[in-house]
Design a protein around this ligand. Structure first.
Ligand code: FES
Ligand code: FE
Length: 425
């Protein structure tokens, strides 16, 4: 299907439609890879995963196997995880620490800066063979980080990461400023798969009005624990469009935001520690920003495929498109470094993470079910070809409870598919 015919806007009729081929068509999927994933800044890992010289993690990003590492001199590196000899994937561990990597197939050996340092039968190769750039581990074209989040870009001519993040930096700063030191990953990693198109999760992440209809079990549980059912009625929230397809909803919270309340003895007796953490935020940032950091929630989508949920837990969720109807999802928890040695606080954060967003939690199984049902519904596309994304168009002021966030995502998506390969500045 022609990418230009997928997104339909009719402001007079307050109508915004997305053709369902966007979720099922293999040609659209191929075009997304080429025109979006091959030129966007894509999340690859967190600085706290590669603190020490020799630390590495392996990741799959936009169909490529990558090694993100810190070399022995302390420089951050990211290589294609493919042997320059005859292509074998070299590093098979998910994480580790190594001075060098040796290919299983013919034992070419590379140091952790990617330089070829050893050959099986070196005398059978040309004398300058090891120095040839073709025989080194190939770095990704662009690698950069912002506030601990590490991104790659496969387009050497792309705009800088800062330019790409555009207005999203304001919200990333709010999230990372929770720590006096820096934010670090805590606990392990959650990996799961969905039989659903990757864009369904991007839409879902900034879709607030699904919360009460889809997740009653969670709210019942909160109601049972707290004695009163949390209500969204009258809650204050806003949606922001941050440039380059990034979008966020920021909101007051029905159940109370737990920042600072993770400290030991959460409850009456922990009042002092909560007040101490909050007072420190006020000292560092002033009352208004401290209140925003500590008392409001955020769901942020960094276009195209990174979601940061900053609410009852702080999580980074990254999707990897596998097929038009399939994605892999990887999720990590994040916390202030000064909390990371506090096992009570970490346990609370991780429990909250697993309880809500874990693949066996109170919310994520509902979301997986809903997104897979959408994907199943698209099988009827010939007779029922359109998704409706019009909620809120009747009003001049888009509400965070509406679908303006999703319309913004789709307009950037279409823009990118119709452009050749470069991100619009
Ligand atoms: Fe790696 Fe041959 S494929 S050494
Ligand atoms: Fe949900």
């Amino acid at each position: 299907m022609d990418p230009g015919a997928i997104v339909h806007t009719d402001n007079d009729r307050h109508q915004f439609k997305v053709h369902r081929s966007a979720y099922v068509d293999p040609e659209i999927f191929a075009a997304e890879k080429e025109r979006i994933f091959n030129s966007s800044w894509l999340y690859v890992g967190h600085l706290s995963e590669i603190d020490q010289p020799g630390d590495f993690v392996t990741r799959r990003v936009a169909g490529r196997d990558l090694v993100l590492s810190r070399d022995s001199t302390g420089v951050m590196r990211c290589f294609l995880n493919a042997c320059p000899h005859r292509g074998a994937k070299i590093v098979r561990e998910k994480t580790g620490n190594a001075r060098s990597f040796t290919c299983i197939y013919h034992a070419w050996q590379f140091n952790n800066a990617g330089k070829l340092i050893g050959l099986n039968g070196p005398e059978t190769y040309a004398p300058d063979f090891k120095a040839d750039p073709l025989h080194q581990l190939q770095p990704v074209p662009l690698l950069d980080e912002y506030r601990g989040l590490v991104f790659v870009n496969f387009d050497a001519g792309a705009q800088t990461l800062r330019e790409y993040l555009a207005g999203a930096t304001e919200f990333l700063d709010l999230i990372m400023d929770q720590s006096q030191e820096r934010m670090v990953l805590i606990g392990g990693v959650q990996e799961y798969a969905m039989r659903a198109n990757w864009k369904l999760l991007a839409e879902n992440a900034v879709d607030v009005f699904h919360l009460q209809p889809l997740h009653p079990t969670y709210f019942d549980m909160i109601g049972a624990l707290s004695g009163s059912q949390p209500s969204f009625r009258g809650l204050k929230g806003e949606a922001h469009y941050l440039g380059n397809g990034h979008t966020v909803v920021e909101m007051d919270t029905p159940a109370g935001r737990p920042i600072a309340k993770w400290m030991p003895g959460w409850g009456e007796e922990s009042k002092a520690s909560i007040e101490r953490v909050y007072a420190d935020l006020v000292r560092r940032f002033g009352e208004e920003r401290a209140f925003r950091i500590a008392n409001r929630n955020r769901n942020l989508v960094l276009f195209p495929n990174l979601v940061i949920n900053d609410h009852i837990s702080l999580t980074i969720r990254c999707t990897e498109p596998v097929a038009p109807d399939a994605m892999d999802v990887t999720v990590w928890g994040l916390a202030p470094e000064e909390e990371a040695s506090n096992t009570v606080a970490v346990k609370r954060r991780l429990t909250s993470f697993i309880e809500f967003l874990g693949p066996g939690g109170f919310a994520t199984p509902d979301d997986i079910e809903a997104l897979e049902l959408c994907q199943k519904g698209f099988a009827n596309m010939r007779e029922a070809p359109w998704n409706d994304v019009s909620k809120g168009m009747v009003s001049d002021t888009a509400s965070w409870m509406d679908e303006g966030q999703m319309r913004y995502f789709w307009l950037e998506w279409q823009n990118r598919l119709l452009s050749n390969s470069k991100v619009a500045a």
